[in-house]
Design a protein around this ligand. Structure first.
Ligand code: GCO
Ligand code: MG
Length: 413
């Protein structure tokens, strides 16, 4: 089954998305997500200029061979741009294979291990009362697990805290990458103070546990901002509140940092949303320095590569906890859900609802019921792209914020 076209669609229905559509000689189409938040056009150009021409005439069924051809064949391996491009091709080919077989992708991956994937939502508040309201709103929406992010006294804006509270509007999920039509767009800048954060977070978890009791799984994202010894302290301070995980406590590129944190705390650790290859995890898995793998299908080479990564994690007793904010498109989210259902070592799935405009462009068949996500049973991934709707939302440049310490030093955001 020959590939006859590979087109890249860039659209901005609420936020920017890059999607690859592969078409075969018998008219089947497959979609792959290639969205790299704030650097979208680099992946678009990589796909359009360097990958699409190589796909024409190839066998759409040869998924593993095409993966190796693009990965090894480029000579320059890994990196977020390359791996998002490879991921989009791989995901689109799984979509096509599912449609050709008349089966949802999770069936091709071995079939369902569970009835649905436990999802966590993003509760947040500028202060503790607003955060507690946000947790209540998530529970009312059906979530059975929540991530807790809070404003910090003395800091104007903090990662993961929604600009408006639950109840003030439809959307209470934070959106850090602000789009702009300015002629020379620049990222916004935030101010950060790790000591203020370390002092405040235990009081936040104390209030949440006190209000909602011991059962509710609570997660927290440190967003790469701590040194290993600061992260070790936070992990210890939060032990009484029994976290499901502490995520991205330190910047991801230093795997040894996790060793130091692990020596000091029993708080479970998750990392990997900025990783793009199994090789970013080798020390972490072999030494069991983490409990959850955060990679997204979109940024880590697609379904083929993430399946291998999760199988390697399983050997070391580590579970999945795939990245799923709104900058993972509905196509990327669907790909994650098929894996979530099919792998034995599933842990949890991050889930932020997409904006209504996004869902006008991407018609999904996945569902969220009683706190669990299910990819649906449509053949392939179960997502279709509406070109007419996509053309109504042209690309707008957007950047993630830059963080600075109080003295102006650039810090990890
Ligand atoms: C998460 C992530 C996101 C990232 C975003 C950057 O845990 O969901 O940290 O919120 O900040 O994906 O584009
Ligand atoms: Mg994160």
């Amino acid at each position: 089954m020959k590939i006859t076209a590979a087109d890249v669609v860039v659209t901005s229905p609420g936020r920017n998305f890059v999607t690859l559509r592969i078409t075969t000689e018998d008219g089947l189409t497959g979609l792959g997500d290639a969205t790299l938040n704030g650097r979208e056009l680099a992946v678009e150009a990589y796909l359009r200029e360097h990958v699409a021409p190589l796909l024409l005439g190839r066998d759409a069924h040869a998924i593993e061979d095409t993966w190796q051809y693009l990965y090894r064949g480029a000579y320059w391996r890994r990196g977020p741009v390359t791996m998002a491009a490879v991921a989009a091709v791989d995901t689109a080919l799984w979509d096509i294979k599912g449609k050709a077989a008349g089966m949802p992708v999770y069936q091709l991956l071995g079939g369902a291990c569970r009835t649905g994937a436990l999802a966590y939502g993003h509760a947040s508040g500028r202060d503790i009362p607003e955060l507690l309201d946000s947790v209540r709103a998530h529970l009312a929406d059906g979530f059975r697990a929540v991530r807790i992010q809070s404003g910090i006294p003395g800091l104007d804006s903090v990662y993961g805290v929604a600009a408006s509270a639950a109840g003030e509007g439809e959307r209470y999920d934070y959106e850090p990458a602000r789009r702009t039509r300015a002629a020379h767009p620049r990222p916004t800048e935030e101010t950060w103070d790790t000591r203020a954060y370390l002092r405040h977070m235990p009081t936040v978890f104390e209030a949440v546990r006190h209000t909602f009791g011991p059962e509710l799984p609570l997660l927290h994202d440190g967003h790469h901002r701590m040194t290993p010894i600061q992260a070790a302290r936070l992990g210890k301070d939060l032990e009484p509140y029994d976290l499901f995980w502490l995520e991205d406590a330190t910047p991801g590129e230093d795997q040894r940092a996790l060793r130091l944190i692990r020596e000091h705390t029993t708080t479970p650790l998750a990392i990997g949303e900025v990783f793009n290859s199994v090789h970013d995890y080798t020390t972490l898995l072999q030494e069991r320095l983490i409990d959850y793998v955060r990679s997204a299908v979109t940024h880590t080479g697609g379904i083929t590569a993430v399946r291998k990564l999760l199988d390697m994690a399983a050997v070391h007793g580590v579970k999945s906890g795939m990245h799923g904010p709104t900058d993972i498109s509905p196509v990327g989210m669907a790909a994650a859900l098929h894996l979530d259902l099919a792998v034995h070592n599933f842990g949890i799935q991050e889930y932020m609802r997409h904006a209504p405009e996004t869902l006008e462009v991407f018609r999904t068949s996945y569902r969220f019921e009683d706190g669990l996500l299910h990819p649906g049973d449509a053949p392939g991934l179960g997502v279709e792209l509406d070109d007419e709707a996509a053309s109504r939302f042209p690309y707008e440049p957007a950047y993630l914020p830059v963080n600075r310490l109080r003295d102006g030093t650039v810090h990890d955001w």
